[in-house]
Ligand binder design. Structure first.
Ligand code: 5AD
Ligand code: SF4
Length: 442
């Protein structure tokens, strides 16, 4: 009988994509999937290591699964960045784990799980590769409107706070040909919106194909209506990429541009290779070329950050007016450059206070921008049910703001492209009504 697998994913979109790769690799070898952990023979967690709270959530689930394992046969596997980061340490501290596999070792997973199921053998695969891109493995995607494609893996930037170069290894790009074939296949299957993923997409390079060219080629594919990407690095931002975002009709006019901090001393300690003025100039140039929405990531309370330096970040956030921002408390990660070289000396209380102040500022900015849209019409892709009610649809504007509206107004299907008249707005969501298209009026 086929073994039933339950898998849960934490972390970024790249991890969601990796889970789809894992599903494909396991399905090929006869495993089947269940959405219910209580019915599974194998439970897997694809983990994240970016901040300490990502680790803590995994420990919480391991405790639950340990209890489940006491009453029946169960194989427990931990995949992803935390597995790669902690390796043997995690295996030794948690005897309940049977299999550990890092992001470059998923081809071995079917064998490791089989050994655990048949012979109760514990094993671990955590070698990083310079070449693995899982080329030719077609991810087992969830049906819908959105699909993600990893165009590269790993990261060579070594920002001093970041664990990713240690958990995902060296940077490698997938050949453009394979990516374009995958995108064509997705269009044929009815996916309408593609997000291209990489830790630093502007260093994508495949023979003579740059990221700007790849983005434009994916957006040219008939049937693909919207293309997004995440994330570019503000250093060496190619002008050609701004041009494609500003002018290609199928590329969403939206760029996620991680800022991290607004003080030059902190940016330097972080190893970000750009200055406050450099970032400001880039943001201005992006906006000069088109109506492009900017979003960002910020870390508050990095090593030795003073109150004045925090205020520099605060002022820059106020000045740039991002559409949205993810704001994080600095979380020290073992083995990173910051861990080895700088003291994690901002207290938890101060980090929390700085995060709260930035979140409040950003909420005011986002709410203001969204309120300006009241009375206007926005172009939306129908993506699924609203989180709060199955009687409402949910989609996004090109600038990636969530839009919610009642289902009973106009009959619609997933993947439809419609115009919504905005009637109300919060900091995160627009509410409105579909504008009848000419076709439905006639
Ligand atoms: N502590 C807090 N936030 C971090 N990020 C990365 N590493 C850390 C860390 N050690 C944030 C950065 C990055 C986003 C994905 O996560 O802002 O852009
Ligand atoms: Fe994604 Fe980074 Fe978390 Fe890994 S550590 S899952 S790359 S966010």
């Amino acid at each position: 009988m086929s073994h039933r697998v339950y898998v849960q994913t934490f972390g970024c979109q790249m991890n969601e994509y990796d889970t789809e790769l894992v599903r494909s690799l396991l399905k090929e070898r006869g495993f089947v999937f269940t959405p219910f952990p209580e019915q599974a023979d194998v439970v897997l967690m694809n983990t994240c290591a970016i901040r300490e709270n990502a680790h803590n959530r995994v420990y919480g689930h391991l405790a639950e699964w340990k209890a489940m394992k006491q009453s029946r046969d169960l194989v427990i596997g931990v995949l992803g960045c935390m597995a790669q980061n902690l390796k043997k340490e995690l295996m030794e501290s948690h005897p309940v784990i049977d299999v550990l596999a890092g992001p470059d070792s998923y081809r071995q997973l079917p064998d490791l799980l089989t050994k655990a199921l048949e012979r109760r053998e514990r094993s671990m695969a955590v070698d990083l590769s310079e070449y693995e891109t899982y080329e030719a493995i077609l991810p087992e995607r969830m049906p819908g409107v959105n699909a993600w494609i990893a165009i590269m893996r790993g990261c060579d930037n070594f920002c001093s706070f970041c664990v990713v170069p240690y958990t995902r290894g060296r940077e490698r790009s997938r050949p453009a040909q394979g990516i374009l074939e995958e995108a064509h296949a997705l269009a044929a299957q009815g996916y309408k919106q593609i997000t291209l993923l990489g830790q630093n997409v502007n260093s994508y390079q495949s023979e003579n194909v740059t990221f700007a060219r790849l983005l434009s080629d994916v957006a040219d594919i008939p049937g693909i209506e919207r293309v997004r990407f995440t994330s570019p690095h503000p250093k060496d931002f190619p002008p050609a990429l701004i041009e494609v975002v500003a002018h290609h009709p199928n590329v969403c006019r939206q760029i996620h541009l991680p800022l991290q901090a607004g003080s030059d001393r902190i940016l330097d300690l972080m190893g970000r290779s750009y200055t406050r003025a450099g970032y400001e100039a880039l943001a201005a140039e992006i906006r000069r070329q088109g109506d492009i929405a900017l979003s960002t990531d910020i870390i508050a309370g990095f090593c030795t950050e003073t109150h004045e330096e925090f205020l520099e970040t605060y002022e820059l956030v106020r000045e740039i007016e991002f559409q949205s921002a993810y704001i994080f408390k600095y979380s020290e990660r073992k083995n990173t450059i910051a861990y080895r070289k700088f003291p994690d000396d901002v207290s938890e209380a101060v980090k929390s206070e700085r995060v709260t102040r930035l979140v409040e500022l950003q909420r005011t900015i986002s709410a203001g921008k969204n309120r300006q849209l009241i009375g206007t019409e926005v172009d939306v892709l129908v993506e699924g049910n609203a989180k709060k009610s199955s009687h409402q649809w949910m989609g996004h504007t090109e600038s990636n703001v969530t839009v919610v509206w009642d289902k009973d107004v106009t009959p619609l299907a997933l993947g439809d492209r419609i115009t919504i008249k905005v009637e109300d707005a919060s900091a995160s969501t627009l509410f409105g009504t579909p504008v009848p298209s000419l076709a439905s009026v006639v």
